[in-house]
Structures are given as structure tokens and as C-alpha cells.
Design a protein around this ligand. Sequence first.
Ligand code: NAD
Ligand code: HSE
Ligand code: NA
Length: 438
Amino acid sequence: MTKPLKVALVGLGTVGGGTFSVLKDNAAEIERRVGFPIQIAVVADLNAERARQVAGEGVDISSDAFEVVNRPDVDVVVELIGGYTVAKQLVLAAIAAGKHVVTANKALLAVHGEEIFAAAEKNHVMVGFEAAVAGGIPIIKAIKEGLAANQIEYVAGIINGTCNFILSEMRDKGLPFAEVLSQAQALGYAEADPTFDIEGVDAAHKITLLSALAFGIPVQFDKAYIEGITKLTKEDIEFAEQLGYRVKLLGITRRTDKGVELRVHPTLIPAKRLIANVEGVMNAVLVKANAVGPTLYYGAGAGSLPTASAVVADIIEIARASQVPLESRVPVMAFKTSGVDQNVCMLGMSEVVTAFYLRLTVADKPGVLADVTRILANQNISIEAMIQRQAEDESGQADIVLLTHRCIEGDFNAAMVEIEALDAVVEPMVRVRVEDLS
Ligand SMILES: NC(=O)c1ccc[n+]([C@@H]2O[C@H](COP(=O)([O-])OP(=O)(O)OC[C@H]3O[C@@H](n4cnc5c(N)ncnc54)[C@H](O)[C@@H]3O)[C@@H](O)[C@H]2O)c1
Ligand SMILES: N[C@@H](CCO)C(=O)O
Ligand code: NA
């Protein structure tokens, strides 16, 4: 009989606690799937006392993450502490010691992925990170294996549960932003630094990883355009609804003839699309590929047990793959290293083609709308829909909301500068990108 695979769990917080439970509660089912047991050799957490409460008696507990890395009875190190510094040292130490690594740490991989994956290849070990993107949804596996026959056109996803939770609660219950963010923190969804969530950084970490997997390109977080949800107003969410759209924070990566787009920003999506109806902490990732067409993956993007589901799936994959020769394993980043396109052109935002929602507050006098449409037309931007709403007070002002057709973002920016310079435009304009996702 094959000997058990031994795991060190480092970090027994929200995800680590869930991983401990899943490995324990589903041990018999997992053994039936793998053919041999997966056992927890040791648990490490700075807070050893709390770890003892979570793990109970009979489990080896350490407060030193680095001590577990060199234990001969450990085959896989599961890093669930988060952050860049200690986590990076730990992962690299584990790889150097010949251990496989599983991590939920998208921040670490998006920024230091190239170094970590190169070290893993050199040391013939695997790095699993299914939990790092869209929590429990097996999107990494889907792109690496299920869609391996395809050329992928684009990936667009609601990949930050905290933001989706905030936007859903603001829309459904009219709750203020700060109150909903506190709830997301209490539920264990938010990052240690929640600005990573609300400013779009976490989603950018994730879409950077998906971009590399989908297109066989290096992990390049520094090329991502990032805009969060903190400037969205209830008013714009309501105007979007009137026009038949929902506002979601999307991570988008698309391959075009000119290069690869990599961007995170609030986005209007037609309300009739399935992905527009993904609410709360749930995530969804839409992948459009040339043979299969569009496919949509939906599930819990954060939280203890859903994320643990992905962590344990990676451990199971390692258990299985450790039985086959190196060259027969699925590559960590979906492509053979020799096949990675090192010279890919990453597009700047001004080169991206997208549609826009634009809201202007103007002094309500003749000719304003004509000026605005003329400026847009001069940049080859045509208008798809418009709403005009008079202010209810005596200010004589009006809101004009426009939806444009798709245009080059640089052209739109040039038009914005001219429109903002019009005397009649009395407040800073609001613009949100629009994606049809058909
Ligand atoms: N919470 C989620 O829903 C979720 C989902 C997907 C991915 N993630 C990622 O999973 C990782 C963990 O997140 P979490 O929400 O479980 O965090 P958490 O704060 O709940 O848990 C982290 C644990 O690590 C321990 N720890 C910190 N530094 C340590 C060190 N040097 N040595 C040993 N233990 C240490 C802490 O005591 C804590 O118990 C992060 O990378 C996060 O981005 C979280
Ligand atoms: N903070 C992240 C956790 C899951 O990666 C989110 O809200 O989606
Ligand atoms: Na996942």
C-alpha cells in the first residue's frame, strides 16, 4: 500500500481552520478517491493556543512556521498565513527543501509568482493555488485542463467576494458602504487589509494569475490597470438600473490583435446576462474560448469551507501527481515553460476598446447637449442611449447620463477633457466602463 501523504498546515485562521476541518471530516472519502490517506503531520500558527483549540488534542502543533518546513515527515507545506514577507520566505524555503506547496495567497503569487514558479520547477515540486482565485470555484483547474483544447479569447470575472457583497447589499438594502464592509470583515471575507478588496487590488492579483494561465504569458501584476469601487455612488447604480444594467467589479483579461488587456474596474453589464445576477459573496468567471464558446463558473469566492475545498483539492492533486513521472504532470501554469510567450505586449488602458457610461451635471441651458454630442462625434464616439433628469431643487441644473458605443479609451479621455472644460458642466463627470459580455 502507498504510504500516506503528509501535510503541514501553516496558518490556522479562516482558511486554515476550514482546511483542517475538511481534511478531517472528509478523510475517508478523500482516501477512497486517492487510494491512500492524506494526513496532517503538523499544524503551525503564531497563536499556538488558538491553534490547539481549533485542532484539538492529538495533533502536533508548532508556533514556528519554518520549523515544519524541514521536517522529513512533511511532503506538502500549505501556506495559509497571507502577506508577502514571511509567506514568501516560507514558500521558497519549502520548495528548497523539496516540499510541494499549496497556497491561497494570490497577493504573493501575483507579485512574486515568476520567482516562485521558477524555483518550483528547478526543485521538481508542484505549487497549487486553486484557492487563490475565486475561492471554491475550480477555475484554475478548468483553465489548465478542461479548456486546454482552446485558444482563449477573454476571461471576465466577479472575483472579489467582498466587493460583490458590498455592491449587492448597497443595491438591495440601501445600506451604507462602511457598514457592509464591516459585515464582510466579520464574515471572514475581507483581506487583512480591506483596501486590497475595495480598491480592486485583490481582484487584480487574481485576474493577473488567470491571464497568465489563459494566455501562456508571464505573471505581470505591474501591468494591471486597477480601479476599485469606493467612488461608485448609489445614484450611478440607480441610473445604470434604469438603463438595464448592473454594476459589478470585474477583472478582465482579453487577447486582441494588438496585445493583452489586463484590467479591474467597476463595469456596467446588461442585467439580462447570467453574470450580472451573481449576488453577495458569490463569484463567477466567464471564459470565452474559440472551440467551446462562452462558459461560466459560479460559486463561493471566499469564506472558510469554500476556500478550504479548493486548498484540499490541490493537496489531492499533489497526492495523485506524486504517483506519476514529472514530465506527465499538468504544468503548474498550464503551459510548458518553454511555451510561455515572454514577449507578449500588454496593452495600456488608453488602447483598450470599451463602451462608457457617462454622467454630467450641467447648467440647464440651450446647446449644452449639442456641445457634448459634437465633442464625442469629433472623437468618433457615438451615443447609444441617454437620460436627462432635471434637479428637483431650484438650481436649474440637470443630470445627463449617456451610454456610448464601443470606442478607444484614449479617444474617450480626450473627449472628457473637452467636455469638462465646457462652462455649462458644473461638477466633475462620472464615467464607468460598459461591457456587453455577449
Ligand atoms: N478568507 C478568505 O475567504 C480567503 C479566501 C481565499 C484566499 N484567502 C487567502 O488565504 C490566506 C489566509 O487568509 P485567512 O482569511 O485565513 O487569514 P486569517 O488572518 O484568518 O488567518 C491567518 C492565520 O495565520 C497565522 N499567522 C500569521 N503569521 C504567521 C506566521 N508567521 N507563522 C504562523 N502563523 C502565522 C495567524 O495567526 C492566523 O491564524 C491569505 O493569503 C488570503 O488572501 C482567504
Ligand atoms: N478577500 C477576498 C477573499 C477571497 O480571495 C474576497 O473578498 O474575495
Ligand atoms: Na478557485
